[in-house]
Write a protein that binds this ligand. Structure first.
Ligand code: ADP
Ligand code: TRP
Length: 322
């Protein structure tokens, strides 16, 4: 049975890009193998440096993941820092990781270009991520396209370890990137991302969500005129949440003209609101049970630790630490 693993940083509220890029594919895969999903709180320390906020985001993202359909009876769901073994593996891996490879990481370059201080933690972020993946002998890693390079680095690092210490020591993972949702556009048409301030958070209150969606950037084509369907952010998002018939209707109205962007945005809002209704209900239920999330995470950590201990024992021995 294949092992599926993915993580999400608790660095803000869940948005449509996170949901369709990573969470939904991960939830779909939990039925097809042995899944390990975690909240990457060690990774979040690279950008969230306020204890109360980190705790709040960690709890929030765990709640969101469960509300969206992660089934703790099928998937092992845990908090990264509950299995500190991963930092030891990261240290071991860092000794075969070439500095130029890390200097070439898009994510590091983007983040420092946007003003995040170039800390050693941010720089070695991909090594910790490789450790996450390799510690659990993962076969498949569902992620959005922006994580593809991190998966390539993981394979490189595992390859180097295997070359040095034994051909089958670490398993080389494969990314799972769903092409239709690989890059979900944000309010301004760029990739939706917390760091671009263009996100639509899925669990916003109704009024706030409507306001966000209505703020989506459009061109100045007048109401009567036909509108371009290609590159339309409204349509790209609508395709994710509306039925095929509704999408076809909107596409036709784009082509013929006569309906304004304002009306399309109202429809987009309504479709988003309806799509996430069952998850909102589930989230409210979980919220009412104060200890529920913590119980799931603790049980998950216990199971994850067993796997982590066994991989780490194998690696320690192979590299000569025992
Ligand atoms: P952000 O860019 O908002 O900081 P993260 O880097 O925390 O998001 O991403 C968490 C997960 O969600 C990753 O697997 C990432 O690939 C996926 N993801 C984030 N934004 C998008 C997007 N716009 N389209 C597709 N997937 C996305
Ligand atoms: N870097 C990922 C992100 O920003 C989060 C992450 C950390 C992850 N460790 C991982 C994803 C291991 C998949 C596998 O979204």
């Amino acid at each position: 049975m294949s092992r599926i693993l993915s993580g999400i940083q608790p660095s803000g509220a869940l948005h449509l890009g996170n949901y369709f890029g990573m969470m939904q594919p991960a939830i779909a895969l939990q039925e097809r193998g042995e899944a390990f999903y975690f909240i990457a709180d060690y990774h979040a320390l690279t950008s969230v440096q306020n204890a109360a906020r980190l705790r709040e985001f960690t709890h929030g993202v765990a709640l969101d993941f469960l509300a969206c359909g992660l089934n703790p009876a099928r998937a092992c769901f845990f908090r990264q820092s509950d299995v500190p073994q991963v930092t030891e593996l990261a240290w071991i891996l860092s000794n075969v990781t070439p500095v130029p490879m890390l200097q070439n990481a898009h994510s590091y370059k983007d983040k420092t270009a946007r003003g995040l201080p170039a800390s050693a933690g941010l720089f070695t972020y991909p090594v910790l991520m490789a450790a996450d993946i390799l510690l659990y002998d993962s076969d498949l890693v569902p992620v959005g396209r922006d994580q593809k390079q991190h998966l390539e680095m993981t394979r490189d690092i595992a390859g180097k370890i295997n070359e040095l210490y034994g051909a089958d020591l670490l398993k080389l993972p494969a990314p799972v990137i769903q092409e239709t949702t690989a890059v979900v556009p944000g309010l301004d048409g760029q990739k939706m991302s917390k760091s671009y301030g263009n996100t639509i958070e899925i669990f916003l209150e109704e009024k706030a969500l409507r306001k966000k969606v209505l703020g989506l950037k459009t061109d100045s084509t007048p109401l009567e005129a036909p509108k371009l369907t290609e590159d339309s952010t409204i349509l790209a998002l609508y395709r994710l949440v509306a039925s095929p018939a509704e999408v076809e209707k909107m596409e036709n109205e784009f082509r013929t003209g006569g309906v304004g962007y304002g009306e399309f945005k109202h429809r987009l809002f309504a479709a988003i609101w309806e799509y996430f209704a069952p998850m909102r209900a589930r989230r409210a239920e979980l919220l009412a049970d104060a200890g529920a999330v913590e119980r799931v995470l603790r049980a998950g950590a216990e199971r994850a630790r067993t796997v982590a201990d066994s991989t780490l024992a194998r690696v320690r021995k192979a590299v000569g630490l025992r």
